[in-house]
Design a protein around this ligand. Structure first.
Ligand SMILES: Cc1ncc(COP(=O)(O)O)c(C=O)c1O
Length: 363
């Protein structure tokens, strides 16, 4: 038997189309900076998710920060965030000057709405919902709660491009939705982020503060605080080609998820988090096991990459000041493992991964 070459937990996927598009752009003398190609990509993304406006940004952390700034959120304000998420979610809140208020998650790994209700104070300005791995959780009820309490709903949909709920794309329920195009995402431009909204005023504010707060593009008069968070057309050219491949990747992600389920469903140690594949294009393929670290180490010896779930945010050194009870976040973090998740995985590779997991538990 030939040795299995290493299967990465995640890797980018691009081909001749991206190479040719970049080549043509450079041969035509493109100026590299944000211009028409970025605008073209913004239109493509807005159309895909069904939003009126889209602004592309350097990454999905900056996009969360800018969403908060566009909503005038800062010092003295509180923003509710889940205790289970990628660290960028609370960090963007801290960066804005506001205080993140952590709330536990429910069985979908998204915000527990009852705990959100309890966490609202006079200082709360917004709730940041994170659709973990494309799941919506209580998004619709959360939207109602935000409306009732006069709060902004920001959707961190970094993991959710290609995932819908009740016929609407995730990221489009809130006042602003945020996406990421870093390498592990379903499509990538190396780095990248996007904000989507239906609110013209908010969109204009985002465009202004990402360009130093200029009163108009190319004019050095600034009537509000701003930064340089513009994108580059060079990356946008790449992104336009990636977006052409998104529909196929959504189909493939669902096929792979089904295959993992089918092959591992008989392993009593392996549990799945309920996910409706009619609507969700899973970003990473996740399992819950009694001993994820040991399984991860074993898979590594078999040339298989995997990755432990994020720790609960309040257990990270920089958030040790956080008080509260987060049993669900702790429980998921202690048991979760992400398996190889690239859209280009072959069925034979998935079969190999599952066979090694079965072997680990049944040897
Ligand atoms: C939920 C969530 N929010 C924010 C981010 C940050 O995005 P970026 O890496 O593009 O800054 C990520 C990245 O994985 C994420 O998963």
């Amino acid at each position: 038997m030939t040795e299995q070459s290493f299967i990465n937990q995640m890797e980018p996927w691009y081909g001749d189309e991206e190479i040719e598009a970049i080549n043509n752009y450079l041969k035509e003398g493109g100026w590299l900076m944000e211009f028409k190609k970025t605008q073209e990509l913004e239109k493509i993304i807005a159309n895909f998710v069904g939003s009126k406006y889209c602004s592309i940004l350097p990454n999905g952390t900056i996009s969360l920060f800018l969403a908060l700034k566009a909503l005038n959120i800062g010092i003295g304000d509180e923003v509710i965030v889940p205790d289970y998420t990628m660290i960028a979610t609370p960090n963007a809140v801290v960066w804005s000057g506001a205080t993140p208020v952590f709330v536990d998650i429910d069985d979908s790994m998204c915000l527990d709405i009852e705990r959100v209700r309890d966490a609202i104070t006079d200082r709360t300005r917004a709730v940041m919902h994170v659709s973990i791995n494309g799941r919506a959780g209580e998004l619709i009820n959360l939207k109602k709660l935000c409306e009732e309490k006069g709060l902004f709903l920001i959707e961190d949909a970094a993991q959710s491009l290609g995932s819908f709920f009740a016929g609407k794309h995730l990221g489009t329920y809130g006042h602003i939705g945020s996406f990421s195009f870093s390498v592990p995402k379903i499509i990538t431009m190396g780095q990248g982020g996007a904000l989507v909204t239906d609110d013209r005023h908010l969109y204009e504010k985002i465009c202004k503060i990402k360009d130093f707060g200029r009163i108009t593009s190319g004019v050095d008069i600034h009537d509000e605080m701003g930064w340089n968070f513009k994108y580059t057309d060079l990356q946008a050219v790449f992104g336009i080609e990636q977006m052409k491949k998104l529909d196929c990747r959504i189909i493939r992600k669902k096929e792979i998820a089904k295959l993992y389920h089918e092959l591992l469903s008989g392993v009593v140690e392996v549990k799945f988090i309920p996910t409706n594949l009619d609507m969700v294009a899973p970003w990473f393929f996740e399992i819950l096991v009694p001993n994820p670290t040991e399984l991860k180490e074993y898979l590594k010896t078999q040339n298989i990459g995997s990755r432990l779930f994020y720790p609960a945010v309040h257990t990270q050194k920089i958030y040790k000041w956080v008080k509260g009870d987060f049993p669900q976040a702790i429980d998921f973090a202690a048991h979760g493992l992400w398996l190889p998740s690239a859209s280009q995985l072959a069925n034979s590779q998935i079969e190999y991964v599952c066979a090694r997991i079965i072997e680990f538990y049944h040897k």
